[in-house]
Design a protein around this ligand. Structure first.
Ligand SMILES: [Mg+2]
Length: 247
């Protein structure tokens, strides 16, 4: 049996995190009010809306760094965000306190998983497929993201993780894919697939190293003009094992 691309069944599959395993929209909704409250304890007055706007600006700054493949820490993104608020310059204690809040993340119970991801991972793992994660970390660090997966019983399915804050570069840099391949025991590239929602990072990155690129658009449909199309396109994780040659 071969997969939807005519290749033999996969030996290893890596997954993107945001909008592939976990819905990105679930994050950050309460961040403005939590940070506003923290700032008040440092005598910095900013409404939740002002905090949200400042973090939107900080996120734009991060995206520029991300696209330039310039590795960026949570603390750096927080510091840039706070520079848009009346925070005393050079007051490390405020940046440290807000960074700690961002690192703590959201209540994992409020995280929304992609439909069918649990069954999909179980099916692949029980067929002997090696599973990994290749994730570009934004503001929430990998230690927190692992906690989200663990809370929902998904972490156990993965044998390796390549988070950008541990590898030091972002997709589509081939080094982060090489890090994953090494951790997964150097599977045959033609029998390795990466599943993700973004064309510029997930699809282009996987194709660049000769893997099967699966574009998953069940949570977010990336615009056509921002990068290549996947070798395989799926709307629901229920379809993934079958198109990868795993029944
Ligand atoms: Mg994503």
């Amino acid at each position: 049996m071969s997969d939807a691309t005519g290749r033999p069944p996969v030996q290893a599959v890596t997954f993107d995190f945001w909008n592939t395993i976990v819905a990105e929209s679930a994050i950050g909704a309460s961040r403005g009010s939590r940070i506003s409250g923290e700032l008040a304890t440092h005598d910095v007055q900013a409404t939740p809306e002002q905090v949200a706007a400042a973090f939107d600006s900080g996120w734009e700054w991060f995206v520029g760094r991300w696209k330039a493949n310039e590795h960026t820490t949570t603390r750096e993104s927080v510091a840039v965000s706070l520079s848009h608020l009346p925070v005393p310059v050079n007051d490390d204690s405020v940046v440290d306190a807000v960074t700690a809040l961002v690192v703590a993340g959201s209540d994992p119970a409020t995280i929304t998983l992609a439909p069918g991801i649990g069954n999909c991972l179980e099916t692949l793992a029980s067929a002997g497929v090696q599973l990994g994660i290749i994730c570009d970390v934004g503001m929430t660090p990998s230690t927190t993201l692992r906690g989200y997966l663990d809370h929902h019983g998904l972490l156990q399915h993965f044998s390796h993780w390549s988070f950008s804050d541990e590898v030091g570069c972002y997709k589509p840099d081939p080094r982060i894919f090489a890090h994953a391949a090494e951790g997964l025991g150097q599977p045959d590239p033609s029998r390795t697939a990466h599943v993700g929602d973004l064309r510029r990072t997930d699809v282009a990155g996987a194709q660049g190293v000769g893997w099967t690129a699966v574009r998953y658009h069940g949570l977010s449909d990336d615009p056509r003009d921002v990068g290549p199309e996947g070798d395989v396109v799926v709307a629901h994780h229920d379809d993934l094992p079958g198109v990868l040659g795993i029944s």
